[in-house]
Each structure stands twice: as structure tokens, then as C-alpha cells.
Design a binder for this molecule. Structure first.
Ligand code: MRU
Length: 343
């Protein structure tokens, strides 16, 4: 099962909006189709969005017809802008775009640049995948035998085009023979937990219990959660972290109950240009995702609804940030600068 695969002149993705009912693979050969797939969450999760964006730029580049390098660069910049305009929060997307544009500026004739762009996209994919395997290994050390672990959203193979971040840590701990109890929040409004994490854990044979987002406090107050582990879309220099809406609520609840709260992310999610979470752009999605569940209306027609896709968890709620380069704890400023964000 692969979230995304490069097929030479097209990209194959597993359409995550159709899970778990159907496993539908889409073959996309136009960069506009990749942009649309990212916007519609057919492919989603910060690292996977970065990989998809890089492949989208490579696909677009292969089709550029230009008489000069300048004309090529101009068209490539327009393609990159279309990819950049899909979703604003995940840092991985913008890092991938920057890397692709740098490669295009490095030199060579147009055919050489096209080949270099394809290679760079594959490299971005390989590096993201390797980073998630590494961080999962490191993070698994924090998970003790018989732990009850609560996780939010989907942070597994499908979200990362690799092994996973928070879910990778859980999978690795399980592979090490630790007997875990996993609590999966459904993750309203788009149910990435109920639909995708549940699907991935079931395939992996890891037992879990699905709960609604609002049940987290109940289970914590009864001593039924030993740690919370989530992914991240962007981590500011001070450790403030943007992740799926509802993460902040979980972090505050965890602190109230003295439960460790871990964030797992590759260093490509770190944004050293931002001093704090207040500067992280938060994607606002269609209110219809709140007033409907999988297309079925659940509220009276025309009601006012809001749909921020992410929230910010201030660093003081985070017990540790797990990356492929090591585990960081307070003071985050120092640790994050030491570990850095990959360029
Ligand atoms: O809107 P989504 O489904 O793309 O949001 C995904 C998340 O919030 C994940 O927790 C995050 O991207 C980390 S994925 C390894």
C-alpha cells in the first residue's frame, strides 16, 4: 500500500477521501490534477503533501515547452505557485517547492533541468520516508510496555508517504513487542482518525479503540491514557506546533491530567523563519465540511459554521518533540536551532 508513487510520466496516489469504503488508486499526469488532489485531501498529511507537491512540479516541468531557460523558469514558477496555493499550513510543502526551484536554477540545458527536477522529487520522497522510519525508531523508546496511547488525526504511511510519524512511533513500539492499547480520535470534521488511522491500524493488526474527539477528557480522567502522541504540520522556532484541529484541546487536557504529550515530525516540518506559532498560517476550509458528514447534511440549511483545519499547541504543553535527528525537550528554542530544519 503506497500513498504516492512516481511512475515516470505520471503519479499514482491512493485516494484518501474514498477510504475506508473503497481503495481507489488515481493516476495523475497533470500538475493541476496534483494540486486539486492536495486541495481536496485525496492526498494529505504534511510530509505526503510535500512529496506530492514535488512530483507535481516535476510533472509540470516535463510538459513545459520553452525556447529559452528564462521562459522555462517563468513557466516553472507559475506551476510552483499553483502547487503552493493548495494548502498553506504544512511546512513540508513549501520546503519541497523551494528545493525544486533551487534545482531548476542550478544550471544545465532545459532537458537536463527536467531530469534534475524528477531526480530531486524522488530524492525528497526518499528522504521524507527515511526520516519517518528513523524518528519512529527514536520515538518508540518513549512508549513503555502496556501503555495506553491516544493519537489524533492520521499520521501513518498515508500521511507521510513513508512509515509514519506519531502512528509510526506507535507501529514501531508495537513491532518491538510492546503490548499497547491505542485510542484513536475520530478527528472531526473530515474523520481522518475514524476513516484512515482506523484503516491503517486494522491492516497492521494493531488493536485500537475508536472514540469521538470529545471523549478524550473522559478517558484521561479515568487514568486510561498513558501518553498522547500527535504529528505536526509546522513547528515554529520556539516549539509551538500547528497540527490538526483539536490537538490543542488534547494538549491542555493532557497537561491537566499530567499525561506526557508528544509531537512526532521530521525536521522538514520545522520552520526556523517563524519565532512562534502565532505566525503560522492556518488553513480555513469550507464550512460545508462541518455542516455535512461525507456529503450528508447534519445541520439546518444555511447555518453559520467555521472550519479552521489546524490549531496551535503552545510549546509549554509539549513534553517532547521527536524528530529523525533526536528528541527535543524544553527549552525548545535551543534544541530546535541545534537540530535545525533540513534545507
Ligand atoms: O488536513 P490533514 O489531514 O492534511 O491534516 C493532517 C495532520 O494534521 C497531521 O497530523 C499532520 O499533517 C502530520 S502527518 C504525519
Amino acid at each position: 500500500m503506497k500513498a504516492i508513487e512516481w511512475l515516470g510520466d505520471r503519479v499514482r496516489i491512493l485516494d484518501q477521501t474514498r477510504l475506508p469504503q473503497e481503495e481507489v488508486y488515481l493516476e495523475l499526469s497533470r500538475y493541476q490534477d496534483i494540486a486539486s488532489a492536495i486541495r481536496k485531501l485525496k492526498i494529505r498529511g504534511a510530509p505526503a503533501i510535500g512529496v506530492a507537491g514535488a512530483y507535481g512540479i516535476a510533472l509540470g516541468a516535463l510538459k513545459i515547452k520553452a525556447k529559452s531557460r528564462e521562459e522555462f523558469q517563468e513557466k516553472l514558477r507559475a506551476i510552483s505557485q499553483t502547487i503552493a496555493d493548495t494548502r498553506p499550513t504544512a511546512r513540508n510543502l513549501f520546503r519541497a517547492i523551494d528545493r525544486m526551484l533551487k534545482v531548476a536554477e542550478a544550471g544545465g540545458d532545459i532537458d537536463q533541468i527536467k531530469a534534475a527536477l524528477v531526480n530531486e522529487a524522488i530524492k525528497i520522497h526518499t528522504e521524507e520516508a527515511e526520516a519517518t522510519t528513523k524518528l519512529s525508531q527514536l520515538g518508540a523508546e518513549l512508549i513503555e510496555d502496556s501503555f495506553a496511547v491516544l493519537t489524533h488525526c492520521n499520521t501513518g504511511a498515508l500521511a507521510t508517504a513513508g512509515y509514519g510519524t506519531a502512528l509510526g512511533v506507535i507501529k514501531k513500539a508495537w513491532e518491538q513487542g510492546k503490548k499497547l492499547r491505542v485510542l484513536v480520535t475520530e478527528t472531526r470534521p473530515l474523520l481522518q482518525g475514524a476513516r484512515i488511522t482506523a484503516w491503517e491500524l486494522k491492516r497492521a493488526g494493531i488493536p485500537f479503540t475508536l472514540i469521538t474527539d470529545s471523549m478524550a477528557g473522559y478517558f484521561m480522567s479515568r487514568g486510561e491514557v498513558d501518553c498522547v502522541i500527535v504529528g505536526a504540520d509546522r513547528i515554529a522556532s520556539n516549539g509551538d506546533t500547528a497540527n490538526k484541529i483539536g490537538t490543542y484541546t488534547l494538549a491542555v487536557l493532557a497537561k491537566e491530567h499530567s499525561i506526557p504529550f508528544y509531537v512526532a515530525a521530521p525536521t522538514t516540518t520545522i520552520d526556523l523563519t517563524l519565532a512562534s506559532g502565532a505566525q503560522i498560517p492556518i488553513e480555513q476550509r469550507s464550512p460545508e465540511e462541518v455542516t455535512r458528514i461525507q456529503g450528508v447534511s447534519i445541520a439546518p440549511e444555511g447555518v453559520n459554521a467555521q472550519n479552521p483545519a489546524f490549531d496551535i499547541t503552545p510549546h509549554q504543553y509539549i513534553t517532547a518533540i521527536i524528530t529523525e535527528r533526536g528528541i527535543i525537550k524544553e527549552p525548545y528554542g535551543e534544541g530546535i536551532i541545534r537540530i535545525g530544519g533540513r534545507g
